[in-house]
Design a binder for this molecule. Structure first.
Ligand code: PFF
Length: 460
């Protein structure tokens, strides 16, 4: 039964929250980043390490973030103001809002390309690719075309704004309930297409063959860093979504379901992509190259490729959209809660600000391509600063806040709401969470941060 909406909006059901949060988690990170880093860093061995990272850091920090949001029913800044009041912790919330602005500004550029590629797929423009190189050339001609590059970025921002504009239930929850099942079906269709191609087993081998010799400190840190990005942790997205959650629902069980969905989707994406890439005899490439060069060339060679290429880019656009919505919601929630803006006004103004901030990222592939700092263009700089520094720093501080600052008896009392059975029947699960959050997560996240800052390289 739908729950009444009194005062601040709330999700209409637990599943509404889970799908919206899983929508935030499942994004470009799952579809292009995870398959590649898994294949490169030891296949099944890497996946094993990654699963441990998700369990030891991902789950505890995810629970902590949702808990802060649900207890305070506020955006990141308001939440820390309510729980602590100290300028330092309010600043940590502020850092989350800034991260939301920054990540969305470059994320929407790649997402725009995904939409542009739906149009390319429909127009049949992949059919003439014979190698990854001709696909790369076509990609290059598109991203250096400013109206194409900026145009699709703008379109993607407008679509994202539309969902946030409509609010929690009518926009974000309804959108997630429609888009997440579509995403899952598309991915399963693509996986079945991949594994039924001749030679697909080489792709499975690439993704799943265990190679323990590749598991070194570097691979473990990559797994840890990715666990953070893929679960949307460290910047208050899950905190903000948690702030619309009912106190009747269990946070640990919701968090577990979000994590399972995110991980399963990443694995299916890996199987779908690599079975196809290897079956047609191409080499997997890294990052955006995998999606925008290799994959279109793969579809050019595959039976039914015209149809499957359209499905693939719809899938990619949906995955990016539900993540982008959560990024914009963090920023909007701050202006609505703290500054008293109306949601609609906040979406229009802040969406425009993100657009302005994203322009130099969009232009990094054409007019601004020569502008570099520390060897990175504007796009890479914003990505690096937000994803590799702000997210781990935010996650570290969130773990410390819940583990040490908030007051653990209050933390437990709040977590208990909606999860009484878990507390009564499985108290050791709660004590394990406490141990991970207080001791393991902060230490491991700190090491990830040192690596991002290059400090580990100086020591070793
Ligand atoms: N989790 C998203 C992905 O894997 O693509 C990225 C992301 C979304 C990060 C929202 C952070 C965030 F707040």
């Amino acid at each position: 039964m739908a729950r009444p909406n009194t005062g601040r909006e709330q999700w209409s059901s637990k599943i509404g929250f889970i799908l919206a949060a899983a929508g935030s988690a499942i994004g470009l990170g799952n579809i292009w980043k995870f398959p590649y880093i898994a294949g490169e860093n030891g296949g099944a061995s890497f996946i094993f390490v990654y699963l441990i990272c998700i369990a030891v850091i991902g789950l505890p920090v995810l629970i902590a973030e949702i808990l802060i949001g649900r207890s305070t029913q506020r955006n990141p800044v308001g939440a820390f103001r309510k729980l602590s009041g100290s300028k330092f912790w309010i600043g940590v919330g502020g850092m989350g809002v800034v991260s939301g602005f920054l990540i969305l500004s470059f994320y929407a550029v790649i997402a725009g390309w995904a939409i542009g590629y739906i149009v390319e797929a429909v127009a049949g423009n992949f059919a003439h690719y014979d190698t990854g190189a001709s696909a790369a050339l076509h990609f290059q001609s598109l991203v250096t075309n400013i109206p194409w590059d900026v145009g699709y970025f703008t379109l993607f921002m407008i679509i994202t704004m539309l969902f946030v504009f409509l609010g929690i239930r009518k926009g974000i929850e309804r959108g997630s309930k429609i888009m997440m099942p579509i995403l899952l079906v598309l991915l399963i269709v693509l996986m079945i297409r991949g594994i039924t191609l001749d030679g697909s087993e080489k792709g499975i081998e690439f993704l799943l063959h265990p190679d323990w010799s590749k598991i070194n400190a570097q691979a473990i840190l990559i797994a840890l860093g990715h666990a953070f990005f893929t679960l949307s942790l460290g910047m208050g997205a899950m905190l903000t979504y948690g702030s619309y959650m009912s106190k009747k629902d269990s946070i640990p069980s919701a968090a577990l379901q979000i994590i399972i969905l995110d991980t399963v989707i990443a694995l299916i994406a890996g199987v779908a992509i690599f079975t196809s890439v290897f079956a047609v005899g191409l080499d997997p490439a890294a990052g955006p190259g995998l999606i925008f060069h290799t994959i279109p060339a793969v579809f050019a060679k595959m039976p039914g490729g015209y149809f499957f290429s359209i499905l693939f880019f719809i899938l990619l656009s949906i995955a990016a959209l539900t993540s982008a919505i959560s990024l914009l919601e963090v920023v909007v929630a701050y202006f609505v809660d703290e500054l008293g803006w109306k949601r609609k006004k906040a979406v229009l103004i802040l969406g425009f600000v993100v657009f302005l901030l994203g322009l130099p990222s969009a232009l990094s592939f054409n007019v601004l391509s020569d502008f570099t700092l520390f060897g990175k263009n504007f796009f890479d700089l914003v990505d690096f600063f937000a994803s590799n520094i702000l997210l781990p720093l935010g996650g570290l501080l969130i773990a410390i806040f819940v583990g040490y600052v908030w007051g653990f008896s209050k933390v437990l009392a709040s977590l208990r709401e909606g999860a009484e059975n878990l507390f009564d029947d499985y108290p050791y699960i709660i004590s394990t969470w406490k141990f991970f959050l207080k001791y393991l997560s902060p230490v491991l996240i700190f090491i990830v941060l040192l690596r991002s800052l290059g400090i580990l390289d100086l020591i070793f």
